[in-house]
Design a protein. Structure first.
Length: 255
């Protein structure tokens, strides 16, 4: 009885420069789709209030800016609330994509050691899942345009290249941090602390309870400037000062 021999495939770390997208990347397109769907479900579908929570952050910050500068106008016909909401929404998208991409490889380190697949799939799936944030942001922006009587037109399509640039920039920077976190101990420890903080917030949201983080900081800066001024005795001397900066507060996470 002949015994069929299975082909032996040896996976070893390559030396030198490696391709970001290997030649067999297309064969794992189904895995990419599954991981993207899994990331989307983990962010939105495990909580009934996830979509409302997404709007809470940008709307709250926009309200604060509007209250501080209620009568401001950009001079170009764009209302100030619309200007602030657009910037805040896309800033949160950039920050969220960067944070998830930078920690994607570290979170799945055990899976990478057991199964072979292109590692770039992990951060890429996280980025693709965050395109849902783009859709939610556009809904808020268009809704505010209608509410303010600005109206919408085809100029809204100009946001498409901007959105693509934001996502690619966050993806690239996140991949750099993810690679550094695997090689540098300090970066790896910082990434681990960020992952623990995100996990604690996520657990608080799943359990439907409040979470609060208290922070404080003090900075002492001794600075000099090239400009000259007059001393108390009337002698010209360079401008020099000692600056103290104190910051304290608390971040409250709602369920």
């Amino acid at each position: 009885m002949a015994v069929s021999e299975k082909p032996l495939i040896v996976i070893d770390a390559t030396q030198g420069r490696r391709e970001i997208f290997p030649s067999d990347f297309w064969r794992f397109r189904d895995l990419l789709g599954q991981m993207t769907l899994s990331a989307f479900r983990a962010k939105y579908l495990h909580l009934r209030s996830s979509f409302l929570w997404y709007y809470a952050r940008p709307l709250t910050i926009t309200l604060v800016f509007v209250l501080l500068r209620a009568t401001a106008d950009l001079g170009s016909g764009a209302p100030y609330p619309l200007f602030v909401l657009t910037g805040v929404c896309f800033w949160f998208i950039f920050a969220d994509v960067f944070a998830t991409v930078s920690g994607a490889i570290a979170r799945e380190a055990s899976l990478i050691q057991k199964v072979y697949f292109p590692i770039v799939i992990l951060p890429l799936a996280q980025m693709l899942a965050r395109f849902a944030d783009v859709g939610l942001a556009l809904i808020a922006i268009v809704g505010l345009q209608i509410a303010l009587g600005v109206g919408t037109d085809f100029e809204l399509l100009l946001l498409v290249p901007v959105i693509v640039q934001i996502m690619l920039l966050a993806f690239g920077l996140g991949c750099i941090v993810a690679a550094l976190s695997l090689s540098l101990p300090d970066v790896r420890e910082a990434a681990a602390r960020v992952a623990v903080a995100d996990a604690r917030i996520d657990r608080a949201q799943r359990e439907g309870r409040f979470d609060m983080a208290v922070f404080a900081g003090y900075t002492r800066m001794d600075s000099g400037f090239p400009q000259f001024g007059l001393s108390p005795t009337g002698v010209p001397e360079r401008v020099h000062g000692l600056f103290h900066y104190v910051a304290a507060g608390a971040t409250v996470t709602l369920p």
